[in-house]
Design a protein around this ligand. Structure first.
Ligand code: CP
Ligand code: NVA
Length: 267
């Protein structure tokens, strides 16, 4: 399996590499500067060629359009390991963590507080699909993309829903889980503006108090304790953050098994 990284990674890279190995495959980690992609070879030709050598391709990159071009021209499954718009493998691990903690997904209220970024987008789409009530609280300037909200609404199943608000306390009220992510993502350049806008959206003890008594705290990591989440929440008794990180491995192995099952009619 080819694992292409055009951005840094700790969890995604290691969990994919270990997961492919544990499934009996061989991972090939390919960094941006090592590939002709970095010298202008198209994603389409990269997909055509890699399809002759590997059984699946995964990529972490900026533009969503690159993943879509790879997928359109590959003859093997293509997995999104994070773009500026989406982080679906993270959301799979998040849903697994919620199911472990609460037994089932349907009807759980998940409040995401902070930047309306790639992680928020994937939680909206996968959460709605899995029957969650997803509430995103973000400043108006950093709200999730309305097109992604419409996509999430269009795939909602099992009573799933998505709401976008600017009020963190309203989002947290009655939530089973409070989730946040970094204020400055890879590729963001306006860090000072973002920190100022997001200051009222920190996941702290006071916000945890607004949630259910058994609510858990989630964060995809890497974290900046003191910025988007307080140290006491990140490392406190209600944090499920490190189980959540471990679940990247388990969820991705399940995803690969699903994607790469041989067609019994065409062995
Ligand atoms: N959560 C996540 O995707 O972490 P990495 O950037 O370390 O892969
Ligand atoms: N939103 C973050 C997630 C990192 C896993 C980023 O894109 O940098």
């Amino acid at each position: 399996m080819a694992l292409i990284f055009q951005k840094p990674s700790t969890r995604t890279r290691v969990s994919f590499e270990v997961g492919v190995f544990e499934l009996g495959g061989r991972p090939l980690v390919l960094r941006e500067g090592e590939m002709q992609l970095s010298r202008g070879e198209s994603p389409a030709d990269t997909a055509r060629v890699l399809s002759r050598f590997v059984h699946a391709i995964a990529i972490r990159t900026g533009p969503q359009a690159i993943v879509e071009e790879l997928a359109a021209h590959a003859e093997v499954p293509v997995v999104n390991m994070l773009t500026d718009e989406h982080h679906p493998c993270q959301a799979l691990a998040d849903l697994l963590t919620l199911r472990e903690r609460f037994g089932a997904l349907r009807g759980l209220r998940l409040a995401y507080v902070g930047d309306g970024n790639n992680v928020a987008h994937s939680l909206m789409v996968l959460g709605a699909l899995a029957g969650l009530e997803v509430v995103v609280a973000a400043p108006p300037e950093l709200a999730p993309d309305p097109a992604v909200a419409r996509l999430a609404e269009s795939v909602a199943a099992d009573g799933g829903s998505v709401t976008v608000t600017h009020d963190p306390a309203a989002a947290a009220a009655g939530a089973h889980a409070l989730y946040t992510d970094v204020w400055v993502s890879m590729g963001d350049t306006d860090s000072e503006r973002r920190r100022a806008l997001l200051e009222p959206y920190r996941l702290d003890e006071r916000l945890m108090e607004a949630a259910r008594g058994d609510a858990i705290a989630l964060h995809c990591l890497p974290a900046h304790p003191g910025e988007e989440i307080t140290e006491s929440v990140l490392y406190g008794p209600r944090s499920a953050v490190f189980d959540q990180a471990e679940n990247r491995l388990h969820a991705q192995k399940a995803l690969l098994e699903l994607l790469m099952q041989r067609d019994p009619a065409d062995p």
